[in-house]
Design a protein around this ligand. Structure first.
Ligand SMILES: Cc1ncc(C[n+]2csc(CCOP(=O)(O)OP(=O)(O)O)c2C)c(N)n1
Ligand SMILES: [Mg+2]
Length: 309
């Protein structure tokens, strides 16, 4: 993807982030919105290296992953607000429930880290069916503590499953800092135990993320097995919007993003193009929200549809 295309994606995700921030501060929100402000470059950069038919297991921090994979902002916002136009027909609100099999978006469990095993399963299916599809699995530093990571990593590395794990290391798992949840400084250090590459990348640098992901995807597609990419970033906002963060001393004031991925990428594109793309992104987000707010809320009767136990 060119710098300009990437800029468009980061700007689109940022526009949704800012719009939701404003909407929630004015109207409140009946669920948990986990803002991804400042982490858009990882989401756009990594997804840019995927094909449309590659699988995506996203994480809970924002809508950027699925937006970059081609889902419409209308669908995503409708899912977020529990509206009928969402991909799951209004079945609950919040960021963790949307799917789009046509674009390989396979969802995420409400329990963080469940995507490790689901993602490995998708990798096994790609391998058994003889496709060259790759599976991208996003997760946070805190989620890497789940046992599911270790069992999936062991199997995936032995069986050379076509996976790329993308860790957004923002230094926090709700109120627990990374130093209290990981014995090693880098999550990527764990890759060595499974005999796979562990790559550390600057998560504010969208182009660097895209480059690392491109290499990892090529490796997976060639049958050489998984890669663990750790993108170093920071959590700009609270765990959820409204989190007072009394546990934290490095609280970022307002919406300023330190080492802003959008600004860093802007240096790579002509200013007039960047301005135009930002205007378009803002208009797209605002039109989507307006459309979604006018939709009916999903009826409680849908709750048992599409559920298998
Ligand atoms: C199995 C499980 N345990 C706990 C939770 C509650 N929980 C939701 S998000 C989160 C923190 C995750 O931290 P991290 O993976 O670093 O992601 P971040 O929120 O920083 O993006 C926790 C503990 C959960 N959803 N599932
Ligand atoms: Mg985290």
């Amino acid at each position: 993807m060119t710098e300009l295309d990437l800029y468009r994606e980061v700007a689109r995700i940022r526009a949704l982030e800012l719009l939701l921030n404003r909407y929630i501060s004015e109207h409140g929100f009946g669920g948990f919105w986990h803002p991804g402000l400042g982490q858009e470059g990882i989401q756009a950069g990594a997804v840019a290296a995927l094909r449309n038919d590659d699988y995506l297991f996203y994480a809970h921090r924002g809508l950027g992953y699925a937006l970059a994979k081609g889902m419409s902002p209308v669908t995503l916002l409708a899912d977020l607000f529990g509206k009928t136009g969402g991909s799951v027909g209004g079945k609950g609100g919040g960021t963790v429930h949307f799917v789009d099999p046509e674009r390989g978006v396979l969802g995420q469990g409400g329990t963080v880290g469940s995507s490790f095993v689901l993602g490995a399963g998708a990798g096994i299916s790609a391998q058994m069916l003889g496709t060259d599809r790759v599976v991208a699995i996003f997760f946070g530093d805190g989620s890497s503590a789940r046992g599911t990571w270790h069992e999936a990593a062991l199997t995936a590395s032995v069986w050379k499953l076509p996976l790329v794990w993308v860790c957004e290391n923002n230094g926090w798992a709700i109120s627990v800092p990374i130093g209290e949840q990981s014995p090693t400084e880098n999550i990527a250090d764990r890759a060595a135990a499974y005999g796979v590459p562990g790559v550390i990348v600057d998560g504010q640098d969208t182009l660097a993320v895209q480059a690392a992901m491109t290499e990892a995807v090529a490796r997976a597609r060639a049958g050489e097995g998984p890669t663990l990419i750790e993108a170093k970033t920071l959590r700009v906002r609270g765990h959820f919007e409204g989190d007072k963060q009394s546990y934290r001393e490095d609280v970022v004031d307002g919406l300023d993003v330190p080492r802003d991925p959008l600004k860093l990428l802007r240096e790579q594109v002509p200013a007039e193009d960047a301005d135009r793309l930002e205007v378009e992104a803002k208009a797209e987000a605002e039109a989507a929200l307006e459309e979604v707010l006018a939709m009916p809320t999903g009826d409680a009767s849908v709750i048992t549809e599409g559920v298998w136990v």
